[in-house]
Ligand binder design. Sequence first.
Ligand code: C5P
Length: 234
Amino acid sequence: MSYVVIIPAAGSGKRMNAGKNKLFLSVQEVPIIIHTLRVFDSDETCKGIYLTINPAERDIFQELLTEYKIQKVKRLIPGGKERQDSVYEAVKVIEEEGIVLVHDGARPFIRTNTIRELVEKAAEKKAAVVAVPVKDTVKRVENFQVAETLDRSSLWAAQTPQAFHISLLKRAHEMAERDQFLGTDDTSLVERLGIPVAIIEGEYDNIKLTTQEDLYFAEAIYLKRERRKEEDHV
Ligand code: C5P
């Protein structure tokens, strides 16, 4: 089943402390955003990529897309102040009907199989998210004191991609704007409409590159995957 994808890439990456958009940093000598784009560019069921960017970085993005021969980017859309604003700008210009994915530019390790499974689930249920069970015990903290220990058996960490019927994602963003609701992901905008969101179990490898040490993990994940590919070809 086909889909389009919104990739927000307009962040400043403050927590990475790189002095530039973290998506331009390289893993194995290829910029992070190119790793992410390649996954969708090479997936034949992906019908188009809507990339939200900081307008001041338009030329850099254009050059990267040309250099790495990325074919499916339909639009470079100026992003907004928060991630949610950036996604909304893309939602407003989408022309297609059907299924839309939202996937962070900073998650380069998503696998095509997971995308396929997610798209099927969203087609059936209207909204679905990739998530993994949390490994740590999670505490709610107030003033550096434990207020509560949460029941881990029901806790999952939400990742991206998150997938929706396009009309539902549009409505969720419109309602969030109307109510001035700011969420940290897109399914939270759908959840508040009372619409159930299905879960697909993803992989712990699908990390979001956020802080400096994530670059070290990213190199390791990349090398592991390259080794697997070589073993598969023996
Ligand atoms: O900062 P964080 O890694 O959580 O952001 C997730 C994704 O959202 C990144 O790919 C980032 O570039 C993007 N983003 C955006 N517009 C913003 C903030 C973040 O497109 N205003």
